[in-house]
Design a protein around this ligand. Structure first.
Ligand code: 6PG
Length: 253
């Protein structure tokens, strides 16, 4: 069964990365507002990589900052690299510099993944942290929103092609050996992501042009294209894509 046969993907195409970032920031504010109004809290797992940085900057800017009830926001991370939090490659550092340190979020509401030391132990600790927040008895975490990017090779979070994490059916968080970078990453698993209320992919740039139609409507081959594993069981799945990345999508003229 191809990905296209199972559901109609919700893809929004914008002119450029700036438009994608603005639309994503607006959508995050909307989802955060609904969650805080109904439950008094909003949980979000952030993506790393370069695309979301602008979104985080926007959320911390005058135009957006006051539209978020920061005291009710809980920040989590979809994945982390094996580096300290002040390292240039740290997803936490990127989010902190672009957004977290500029907004009035209480420190205990920022739940970062420890990238230093034993990766398996750190993955287990992060799962404990999630269980503490979502309730240890639930079978999966229920994030209000998981933000994701997609790599040129079809990976998402730190679910890379051909890696063991792709087959994980029980753990919420795992350490994952990524041969091509010769390093471990720590990542949410696909079932943990798929339990979210909303999942938002942001994909920009010509580097993604070829892979995007394969992931969205190509034959189902998640070992090669891990982004295909992302199919929320009850939640929404939205793709915010710029024109360059969308160039080879069927509906693009
Ligand atoms: C990471 C990620 C990763 C990222 C993609 C896309 O830590 O690198 O979370 O999955 O989202 O690699 O990255 P870009 O936005 O930089 O293309």
């Amino acid at each position: 069964m191809s990905a296209a046969e199972s559901s109609t993907p919700d893809i929004k195409i914008f002119d450029d990365p700036e438009e994608v970032a603005r639309a994503a920031a607006t959508r995050i504010v909307e989802i955060a507002d609904a969650a805080t109004r109904t439950r008094g809290a909003f949980s979000i797992a952030l993506a790393g990589g370069s695309t979301p940085k602008r979104v985080y900057q926007l959320l911390a800017s005058d135009a957006y900052r006051d539209r978020v009830a920061w005291a009710a926001v809980h920040i989590f991370f979809g994945d982390e690299r094996s580096v300290p939090p002040d390292h240039a490659d740290s997803n936490y550092r990127m989010a902190n510099e672009a957004m977290l340190r500029h907004v009035p979020i209480p420190l205990p509401n920022v739940h970062r993944i420890d990238g230093v030391g034993d990766v398996a132990a750190n993955a287990a600790l992060y799962e404990d942290e999630l269980r503490g927040y979502f309730g240890g008895e639930t079978s999966w975490p229920h994030f209000d929103l998981v933000m994701l990017g997609m790599g040129d090779d079809g990976h998402t979070a730190s679910l890379f092609p051909g890696t063991t994490a792709l087959n994980e059916q029980r753990a919420w968080v795992v350490s994952n050996w990524v041969e091509k970078f010769d390093t471990f990453r720590i990542t949410l698993t696909a079932p943990a992501i798929n339990a979210a209320a909303h999942v938002l992919f942001m994909v920009t740039g010509a580097g993604k042009t070829e892979r995007l139609p394969e992931v969205i409507s190509g034959s189902h081959d998640p070992e090669r294209l891990p982004s295909q594993l992302i199919r929320p069981s009850h939640g929404s799945l939205e793709w915010y894509v710029d024109r360059a990345a969308a160039k080879q999508l069927k509906d693009e003229e």
